[in-house]
Each structure stands twice: as C-alpha cells, then as structure tokens.
Design a protein around this ligand. Structure first.
Ligand code: XMP
Ligand code: MG
Length: 175
C-alpha cells in the first residue's frame, strides 16, 4: 500500500474523533475524582491515548507497557511477553488499560491477568477498535469505540511492518 495512492478509508479521522468524544464522556463520568492510571499498550495505542487524555479534564496518570505478540506480519503469534515493564505502581490504583485494537484477545487477556496479580483497586479495558471475528479468548471491553470487520487495518497509530502509523484515518490494508 502506498500512502500517495489514497488507501481505502474504513473510519475517517472525523469519525474517530467523535468516537473518542463519546468514550471520553463515559470515562470522565466513571473516573471523576479517582486519579486513574491509564496504561497504554505500545506502540499501537499511542495516538488513541494522546487524543483520549486530552478530552479528560481531571487528574490522571499515563503509563505505557510494551508487549510483544505480533511478529512482522498480520497474524498474531499467540506468544506474548512484556517487553518494556511497568514503572508505575499498580497496587490499589484504578487502572484503565488503553488498547488500539482487540483481535484474538490474547494480548490484552495476558496483560489483564498480569495486572490483576498486582492487586489494582479496579481494572478496566478501553479499546478503540474491536475485531471480534478472530477472537480466541473471551475479553470484556468496558469502553469500546468501533467494531470492525475481519480486515487488517492500518493508520491512526496502527502499523503494518512499522509503516502507516502516521495515516490520520483508519485504512484497510490491501491484500
Ligand atoms: P490480539 O490478537 O492479541 O492482538 O488481540 C492485538 C494486537 O494485534 C495487533 N493487531 C493489529 N494491528 N492492524 C494492526 O495494525 C490490525 O488489523 C490488527 N489486528 C491486530 C495490534 O497491535 C493489537 O495490539
Ligand atoms: Mg497494539
């Protein structure tokens, strides 16, 4: 896919923005007065995190964790490990995991299990995108943006082979 050749847009930057407006309104209502720790999964969630927290007008903390699940392709390996560990203390915190996309669910299920052992006060999941067609393990998404079909998407932080993260719209990767 060539950026200059106008890729097929699945979700425009405008639709993404209004989706995040909606999510932020609910998250604000639920976490007001709690000082949550928003924990983004790198790298895909960096843009979503940046746009989400600018809509949350109360004290919060941001942390990122780097997990490895995908190799250089479009299929999940299923083998997950924490590449860059947590620096913030999770114990007794209201932790909100922020993820770009839930696909097989293996990545986030692993992280939620890992975090639960650290005894947070609460643990919830916010995902911009859900691709339920390929789910391998049940995942409850507390705050969900958009459900998408079983296509590999890039843009708005999501990559293929580390490219296309800079596309402002969510686009379908050509076969
Ligand atoms: P699982 O399968 O563990 O994977 O839920 C979640 C992670 O896989 C990546 N992923 C994608 N990345 N376009 C991408 O750029 C996609 O369509 C896609 N589907 C899954 C993503 O990194 C996510 O964190
Ligand atoms: Mg990701």
């Amino acid at each position: 896919m060539n950026i200059e050749r106008s890729p097929e847009v699945l979700t425009s930057s405008r639709e993404i923005a209004s989706t995040i407006d909606r999510l932020a309104a609910v998250i604000r209502r639920d976490y007001l007065g709690k000082e949550p720790l928003l924990l983004g999964i790198l790298k895909g969630s960096f843009m979503f995190m940046a746009d989400l927290i600018r809509r949350l007008d109360f004290p919060l903390e941001v942390e990122f964790v780097r997990l490895s699940s995908y190799g250089r392709g479009t299929e999940s390996s299923g083998r997950i490990s924490v590449v860059q560990g947590l620096r913030s203390v999770v114990r007794n915190r209201d932790v909100l995991v922020v993820e770009d996309i839930i696909d097989t669910g293996l990545t986030v299920a692993y992280l939620l299990g890992y975090l639960r052992k650290k005894k947070p006060a609460s643990l919830r999941l916010c995902a911009l995108l859900d691709k339920p067609a390929r789910r391998k393990t049940a995942v409850h998404i507390d705050y969900l943006g958009i459900t998408i079909p079983d296509r590999f998407v890039v843009g708005y932080g999501l990559d293929f082979d580390e490219k296309f993260r800079n596309l402002p719209d969510l686009c379908i990767l050509e076969d």
